[in-house]
Design a protein around this ligand. Sequence first.
Ligand SMILES: C[S@@+](CC[C@H](N)C(=O)[O-])C[C@H]1O[C@@H](n2cnc3c(N)ncnc32)[C@H](O)[C@@H]1O
Ligand SMILES: [Zn+2]
Ligand SMILES: [Zn+2]
Ligand SMILES: [Zn+2]
Length: 245
Amino acid sequence: MVYPDWYKRIPPVGCGCVRGCSNLNKCSCAKRNGGKFSFNKNKAIVSTKTLIYECGPHCKCLPSCCNRVSQSGIQFRFEVFKTKDKGWGVRSRDMIPKRSFICEYTGMLINFEEAEKRAENDEYLFDLWNYSHDTTKNKRSKKRKSSSANGFDSRGFTIDAARVGNFARFINHSCSPNLIAQKVLYDHSDKRIPHMVLFAMENIPPMTELTYNYNYKVNQVEDSDGNIRKKVCLCGAMECRGRMY
Ligand SMILES: C[S@@+](CC[C@H](N)C(=O)[O-])C[C@H]1O[C@@H](n2cnc3c(N)ncnc32)[C@H](O)[C@@H]1O
Ligand SMILES: [Zn+2]
Ligand SMILES: [Zn+2]
Ligand SMILES: [Zn+2]
């Protein structure tokens, strides 16, 4: 991630588990996660939630702690390939077991006003403020036009992977995805700016395209004049809703 100069990091409070984080009653990171970790001892994600707190640089545990998953680098041989009709896509040469960490979606952090300006080139924008992996909880729309009457903008931050970023920017949307995007905090404690981390939700055979649900709301993405923008979905899933937005 690249953070702009105006961004002031709020340092996290780390746990003091010098002998590892196995005592859930003592580990403050476990407490922040509601008393249990979202990862098992093989570092596989066993439960998704609004926000996962991993152990981080301020914790006393070792890098091998089971609650440090998205910070250890990629584990599979990924490749960017040309899809039939969606431009570039990503697949793995290796078999990916269900619940595995895939990668983080990295880029440059921008604020809402800056995201508004770039909205018509939205290919690589990931809105942190209105994204929930759980579609039933995704109440807010992907509306980019300001609707705040009092001038205060409650809308937050966006990751722009157009100029800086990693291969996650080439992962396409599907209405029936094999990955999930999960918000994770570990190196700071600003809940508005979590890391966006992708995990496998099923066993993924080699050379299968990797996808997650971008969670746009159909008929709710507007251009700067307030016109509704439309984008056809080419995911090819049986459950495809026909439109990305
Ligand atoms: C994050 S990029 C993914 C990589 C992109 N395919 C490329 O070539 O750089 C998102 C863009 O990919 C295309 N895309 C992703 N998923 C798609 C889908 N299911 N149907 C149609 N286009 C898709 C859209 O143009 C979208 O704005
Ligand atoms: Zn701990
Ligand atoms: Zn730990
Ligand atoms: Zn679709």
